[in-house]
Design a protein around this ligand. Structure first.
Ligand SMILES: Cc1cc2nc3c(=O)[nH]c(=O)nc-3n(C[C@H](O)[C@H](O)[C@H](O)COP(=O)(O)OP(=O)(O)OC[C@H]3O[C@@H](n4cnc5c(N)ncnc54)[C@H](O)[C@@H]3O)c2cc1C
Length: 356
């Protein structure tokens, strides 16, 4: 995305920025910063990029490859900035309109979009010009000699002048705690107040077509099942009836424990019976999203936590961003919120670092 409506920033020298988390927030921040001349490195623990913009392939001997969007189901856009990026993605054939069901009353009137290939293809596009390292679970960070040192669980380490953290907030807090970063108790307490819904998801291969509206999706609103989507009708799984079943938050909380997952998956498949028509489920996998969407929001588009007063030099430039930060829009979708948080934190850094 070419950023043409922002005052040009001239950096006094090359400033490096590490971004932990390659979901929407981290990738957008990375793109903006790189465009303004920062030396950006994105680190993610996942095998692939995208975070909750997640797509998985499951192969079946007789039915070919099932392709599942199993995190974000659809995109909506309210803000002018996100609309601009979305328009560009539409123009290059990355995204298209999808007249699917609405997951919430807030989305009823909104135009919905999908990734043409998959939702993860948007993340891959955003990552294509960035220095991205996947499979790097960051286990410790420290600020030493005017530089952030970042340590991954495989022994790799990275240095940078600035650091942005974009994991869901409980994971960010854990990393700060494990690293003994001296953040003030007030800052930590503000972060701790943010909670997320859980979402137990079943990725199932069906033997044939579903009895579901043409768009391939349905907001079920049952006591167990909340959402069902046929990825073949959606257009991303050309050979195989790949079905995404998502449970509601209450059922997910009650059944996420490994010992309960199998029976929970069976219950969700049973709850989807009327949509399966004459088809049966041939094979499935279960995924638990511990943090799917925020329940409440942090007041502010991003956050620079305060160090403990006694130790103010012990923390370098540190920013926290992601979908749980309030961007000032009412009823905005989570993915757009993540986008705006990543965009705003990068713009703020650009403004602070510019020469004149
Ligand atoms: C089941 C489900 C359905 C959803 N449906 C929709 C929808 O239809 N529409 C919508 O708008 N939103 C939806 N959302 C919400 C949307 O996916 C999120 O709001 C958005 O993707 C969050 O982006 P993010 O960058 O803030 O976080 P994430 O995408 O979670 O990115 C954070 C990244 O940090 C990485 N990470 C975490 N800890 C570490 C570590 N220690 N070291 C390295 N990397 C780490 C993770 O691997 C992850 O990639 C859904 C989410 C789920 C789970």
């Amino acid at each position: 995305m070419k950023l043409d409506n922002f005052p040009q920033v001239r950096l006094s020298n090359k400033i490096s920025c590490s971004i932990i988390g390659g979901g929407m927030a981290g990738l957008v921040a990375g793109n903006v910063l790189q465009q303004y001349g920062f030396d950006v490195t994105v680190l993610d623990k996942g095998r692939g990029i995208g975070g909750r913009m997640a797509t998985r392939r499951i192969s079946h001997a007789d039915h070919g490859d099932g392709i599942f969007d199993y995190g974000v189901q659809y995109i909506t856009a309210q803000s002018e900035e996100f609309k601009k990026w979305l328009d560009e993605w539409i123009e290059i054939g990355l995204v298209e309109k999808w007249d699917c069901a609405s997951r919430s009353a807030a989305d009823l009137e909104s135009q919905k979009y999908r990734g043409v290939q998959s939702i993860r293809s948007i993340a891959k596009h955003l990552a294509s010009n960035l220095n991205v390292h996947t499979g790097k679970r960051i286990v410790a960070i420290s600020w030493r000699e005017a530089s952030w040192k970042i340590f991954a669980d495989d022994g790799a380490s990275y240095n940078s002048n600035l650091l942005i953290l974009t994991p869901p907030l409980p994971q960010t807090i854990q990393l700060l705690k494990d690293s003994k970063i001296p953040i003030s108790e007030i800052s930590l307490e503000r972060l701790r107040r943010i909670t997320y819904r859980m979402c137990l998801t079943v990725l199932a291969i069906a033997s044939g077509p579903l009895r579901i509206q043409q768009s391939g999706s349905c907001h079920v609103n049952g006591d167990q099942l909340e959402w069902i989507a046929c990825n073949r009708l959606k257009g991303i799984s050309p050979d195989c009836y790949a079905v995404t079943l998502q449970a509601n938050a209450k059922f997910s909380e009650q059944h996420y424990a490994p010992a309960k997952r199998e029976s929970a998956a069976q219950a969700l498949i049973h709850a989807a019976k009327q949509y399966l028509g004459n088809s049966s489920i041939l094979e499935y996998q279960v995924h638990v999203w511990r943090y799917s969407t925020p329940i409440n929001y942090f007041d502010g588009t991003f956050f620079s936590p305060q160090p403990c007063s006694s130790d103010s030099a012990a923390v370098g430039p540190l920013y926290i961003a992601g979908d749980a930060f309030s961007t000032g829009y009412e009823k905005i979708s989570s993915l757009e919120n993540a986008f705006l948080s990543g965009f705003e934190v990068a713009m703020d850094i650009c403004q602070k670092q510019k020469v004149s």
